[in-house]
Design a protein around this ligand. Structure first.
Ligand SMILES: NC(=[NH2+])NCCC[C@H](N)C(=O)O
Length: 401
């Protein structure tokens, strides 16, 4: 088993998990896009081109790019994994036994590549050639029997590596819940990952990877808002302490609304002690430091300004906020377009959407090298370079002497 893991947001990125957008995006219509968490209908071919540009930019920096669908298809070569994937995908109570039995046979006959496509792009009622019964008649022709997963694109949310373990997350929105069945399958059954120890899981309280920031080795910030719940952060903190993954978890309340669905929509680390932050929240963001007591209980400190609590936990003088100095309107526009959602490939080198001209200029003024990528179509799902990537391996940060 290769060694995987990450203990920061900025250690040199070695291996990353991406999902190249595919047929699942072709399922989006003006009637289902809200439910499927897209703000528009992307031009799929262009989204793929943009995504290929993203992957190339990463490879150009020496990063190994893994694709989720490749790993899934390889995983599904095993009968055990296939059976598991089929059973969980068909567990929904909307199917009924007649259709479920038909689909189970149909999917069992599919090749690993075909099955991967069905599991990610879904199956519509009118695409099925058998299993006809009362459910087929009463569902409408465009109802999904297996939901498509257009948000697989945002691999950050469906798993997160902390040190040498991977947390399979628990996604809050029904449109995304099934994603973690796939990441769990990959991490438990793909030959590359067999033996990896996991924490959390889709059956636990909600925690999404976009809320989890590895501020420094041993210090994890977790946003709590639309996606990660208070109970989710409690469970995650306890598990992280028990597994020796962290000594402090900072629970960071964020506004429960779409524009700030995850902590990484308002701030991301760009250096060991530098964070780019949406100016409109910078003054109000707070954190509760959660630490273990040793007897299994948790100590919760009073809320403090986020940057103060973070610096204390990280044992540094100051966590510097890159002051983008933007006026509130420009700041709000660029936040919406994921200007603060950068992916560090090394300390002081960050991938960002080219469209966020002002934020990028401020990053450069602060000494951060910005690797720009196109994202006009990718951005319609509301996610930037950080959301679209799950770091599997980062070089550990050098230990300060
Ligand atoms: N880590 C993130 N900010 N992910 C963005 C996810 C966007 C996705 N459409 C959703 O609503 O879930």
């Amino acid at each position: 088993m290769a060694t995987h893991g990450a203990d920061s947001e900025v250690g040199r990125l070695q291996t990353v998990l991406l999902h190249r957008p595919g047929n699942e995006l072709k399922r989006l219509t003006p009637r289902n896009n809200d439910r499927l968490l897209f703000d528009g209908i992307p031009w799929v071919a262009r989204a793929q081109e943009e995504h290929d540009g993203f992957a190339e930019a990463l490879r150009g920096r020496g990063v190994e790019v893994l694709y989720l669908t490749d790993l899934l298809a390889e995983t599904l070569a095993s009968d055990d994994a296939r059976n598991h994937a089929i059973t969980t995908a068909l567990a929904g109570l909307h199917l009924g036994d007649t259709l479920r039995t038909y689909l189970a046979h149909f999917l069992a006959d599919a090749s690993p590549a075909e099955l991967t496509d069905y599991l990610t792009a879904g199956i519509r009622n009118d695409e099925v050639r058998g299993g006809f019964g009362i459910v087929t008649s009463l569902l409408s022709h465009d109802d999904f029997l297996i939901d498509p997963l257009p948000n697989l694109l945002f691999t950050r949310d469906s798993s997160v590596w902390v040190r040498d373990r991977v947390a399979v997350t628990s996604l809050a929105m029904p449109a995304r819940a099934r994603e973690t069945q796939l990441t769990e399958l990959i991490y438990t059954q793909h030959p590359r990952f067999v033996g990896t120890r996991t924490v959390h899981g889709w059956h636990h309280e909600h925690v999404e990877g976009g809320d989890v920031l590895l501020l420094a080795p041993g210090v994890i910030a977790v946003g709590v808002g639309e996606r990660t719940t208070p109970a989710g952060v409690e469970r995650f903190a306890r598990q992280s302490f028990d597994a020796g993954l962290a000594h402090t978890v900072l629970a960071v309340p964020i506004t429960q609304e779409r524009a700030t669905m995850h902590l990484d929509t308002v701030c991301t680390m760009v250096d060991v002690d530098k964070i780019v932050m949406y100016p409109n929240v910078a003054d109000s963001l707070t954190a509760y430091a959660v630490t273990p007591t040793g007897d299994g209980t948790l100590t919760v400190a009073d809320a403090e300004p986020f940057l103060v609590a973070a610096a204390k936990a990280m044992e540094i003088d100051t966590l510097h906020q890159i002051d983008t100095g933007l006026d509130p309107v420009t700041a709000e526009r660029e936040q919406w377009d994921d200007g603060n959602n950068t992916l560090a490939v090394a300390p002081r080198v960050a991938v960002a959407y080219e469209r966020n001209v002002e934020t990028n200029a401020r990053l450069e003024e602060a000494g951060i090298e910005v690797v720009r990528i196109a994202g006009s179509e990718l951005g319609s799902g509301r996610g930037g370079p950080r959301c679209m990537s799950c770091p599997v391996t980062r070089e550990p940060l050098p230990v300060e002497s």
